[in-house]
Design a protein around this ligand. Structure first.
Ligand code: PFF
Length: 465
């Protein structure tokens, strides 16, 4: 179990910035812009945000360092990394590849919906405004027709963009694309932030986000923040292991982790400071899950000056965020198939994309077929993700992601050993001053925290959203 030397011919990030932006691109996704604002709202505003930040610093960053070092030490994909270090742990890599595959399935569908909304806000916003819920149900999910656009055409367009980037390789595709997409994403965020906080009445939302009512903090909020942090930082799926395997030995993994976690958290915070003040200012009732981004926000855009324009900007932002995360999810499986199974890169990319597309289609289709239409259309129970959709999200976010992150931490803390990991970080003159506290966190604190999430997740099941 020693740190293997890098193979000269393996793909590498060309620059430090390129790696940070690619990893931040993976982390910043639907989780930040679609999920985080809703969770911050439900979790009591400022208290949730503060808790989330502490979790990212103590738990998320620790687990990220563990995953990145395993990748860089072995210069391998998620499965190959364990094959080299400890073959008995190969299942951790396999679990990650499988989870990434499943997440990409529904990510592609939601990415497709986002493209459909960009088109709708561009050409016929009145149709969305007329009845936002009905638009989402009928035009996107196909409650009253076959969802050709929402489940097939737009998701196909989305996955085609992902495939296009991946076939161009690590540096020429992923790194180059993220170097454009991430600055664009920040620009869009700032435009939207400016619009939102200057809306009359936005101050109530700002006050809510900056209020610290500690009585709002309970076990369920804490667990929701923990799960959100892992998901948002793309941990537990071998994605950071794979991205870490393309990092040069001269790079400072500790510092890079700090940058990636900061960027990811910053985007989540800005998203909350966009969505919540706008929701308060326009008096729109915030929904849960998908209905927050696809139904509630229509009311916000309808009521704000130049709303359709800002609608296009918002969904373009969501598109970039989803795309850069989807790219990392596909790369995880492609790296595995090319390195472990010897498939050519293009074939591995197309095969994986096709496979997960088929699983993903079920996600949109199930929204209609596993539902009693009347319940939705009456609005009696509001919009929620039922059956297969819930099941997929539960399986990936609540179960497999924390299990994967736990496995990486236990592996690094107890099997490979923090000493090896620190030696991997401290090369080429790089210092890791936090080595000691990090070793304690990775061995004891983080595994214990994850066991609590897993246990609570299983006991409380879907009630934790
Ligand atoms: N971090 C992404 C988000 O916040 O939406 C989701 C994700 C991407 C999770 C890649 C896991 C992953 F490997």
């Amino acid at each position: 179990m020693s740190n293997k030397p890098a193979k000269g011919d393996r793909a590498q990030w060309a620059s430090s910035l390129g790696f940070i932006l690619a990893a931040a691109g993976s982390a910043v996704g639907l989780g930040n812009i679609w999920k985080f604002p809703g969770k911050a709202y439900e979790g009591g505003g400022g208290v949730y945000i503060l808790t989330y930040i502490l979790i990212v610093i103590l738990i998320g960053a620790t687990a990220m360092i563990a995953e990145l070092t395993v990748g860089r030490a072995t210069q391998k994909n998620a499965v190959g990394a364990f094959r080299v270090l400890a073959p008995r742990w190969k299942w951790v890599g396999g679990l990650g590849v499988f989870t990434g595959f499943v997440i990409l399935g529904y990510y592609t569908q939601v990415g497709g919906w986002v493209l459909q909304y960009i088109t709708a806000y561009l050409v016929r916003p009145e149709e969305v405004y007329g009845d936002p819920q009905r638009f989402f149900l009928n035009q996107v999910l196909g409650a009253d027709r076959f969802p050709l656009a929402g489940a097939f055409l737009f998701p196909l367009l989305f996955i085609a963009c992902v495939v296009l980037v991946i076939v161009h390789g690590v540096e020429g595709g992923i790194e180059r694309f993220n170097k454009l997409a991430m600055p664009a994403l920040f620009l869009l965020l700032l435009v939207l932030l400016g619009r939102s906080v200057t809306l009359p009445g936005a101050d109530a939302g700002l006050r809510y986000l900056l209020s610290f009512d500690f009585s709002a903090l309970n076990g369920s909020v804490l667990l929701s923040a923990l799960g959100q942090a892992f998901y948002s930082l793309s941990l537990g799926m071998g994605i950071m292991c794979t991205y870490g395997s393309y990092v040069k030995r001269t790079e400072n993994l500790g510092k890079n982790t700090a940058m990636i976690c900061s960027l990811d958290t910053l985007v989540a915070l800005i998203a909350a400071f966009i969505v919540i003040p706008a929701v308060f200012a326009t008096g729109v009732e915030p929904g849960k899950g998908a209905s927050f981004a696809f139904v509630s926000l229509a009311g916000v855009f309808e009521r704000m000056p130049l709303g359709s324009f800002f609608g296009v900007i918002f969904y373009t932002l969501l598109f970039f965020a989803a795309l850069t995360s989807a790219i990392s999810l596909l790369e995880g499986t492609v790296a595995y198939l090319t390195e472990e199974k010897g498939l050519p890169r293009t074939r591995a990319t197309v095969l994986t994309a096709a496979g997960m597309f088929c699983i993903g289609v079920l996600y949109t289709l199930s929204q209609v077929h596993f539902n009693i239409r009347g319940v939705w259309l009456d609005g009696a129970s509001g919009l929620s993700f039922p059956a297969f959709g819930d099941f997929l999200e539960y399986l990936t976010d609540r179960l497999m992601t924390p299990l994967g992150a736990l496995a990486y931490c236990v592996f690094v803390g107890w099997v490979w050993g923090p000493k090896q990991a620190v030696a991997e970080i401290e090369q080429e003159g790089v210092r890791f001053p936090l080595a000691k506290p990090w070793a304690v966190l990775v061995k004891y604190v983080v595994p214990a925290a994850i066991v609590v999430i897993l246990f609570a997740g299983m006991v409380m099941g879907l009630t934790l959203s």
